[in-house]
Design a protein around this ligand. Sequence first.
Ligand code: ADE
Length: 233
Amino acid sequence: MRIGIIGAMTVEVQMLKDMMQNVNVAKVSGIEYYAGTISDVEVVVAQAGVGKVNAAICTEAMILKYEPSAIINIGVAGGLATALKVGDIAIADTVVEHDMDTSALGDPIGFISGIDIINIPCGGWVTEALGVAAKKIDGISTLCGTIVSGDQFISSKEKKTELVNRFDAIATEMEGASIGHVCYMNDVPFGVLRAISDSADDEADMSFNEFCEMAAKNSLKVILSFLETVKEN
Ligand code: ADE
């Protein structure tokens, strides 16, 4: 079993790369893939860059070159559910591309023509194992639900309310649904694991700058716990 792990920013993946053993690095389409082991589990780790297109390029190349058994997207997110505070963990059971909009043609917002769905389901066992892994970390609370992605940093109360009302979303970020879309089309189970850096409201930029690093570390703690869980089973 090989687990693919994708983050957008350096702070979201660097610690994993530093911990890896037996590392082989390959560059495809400008993205570096670190293949090796963590806790004796085979992994491939990549920093995709920010946004849906970078994430899609990274995911497709990872699937074709490394044939991972599952792909997990890690990193930080804006919290939408009131229960989620800065530092908490959001785990997706479904993901949505919130900026996909062919409503002028009669489709609901978020509808992806071709696969003809709005909510892309995560791999059941991946979501479950991420939940188990998160519970093992003291002092971090976790919520599972829909995580939405778009090529926008959300920083207004109005947009936040819209995302909550339209998609019943718990968190927002910029890559997870794109990774999910590519995995869905390739029949690869996937999960999205995010720690909250801000509340996607009018103060989101300040909160992100202050708490991004702390939140990214929480996401890394959970993925390490996940790899331990995978090793045991
Ligand atoms: N990642 C972290 N916070 C975010 C936000 N508010 N919007 C989009 N992506 C994010």
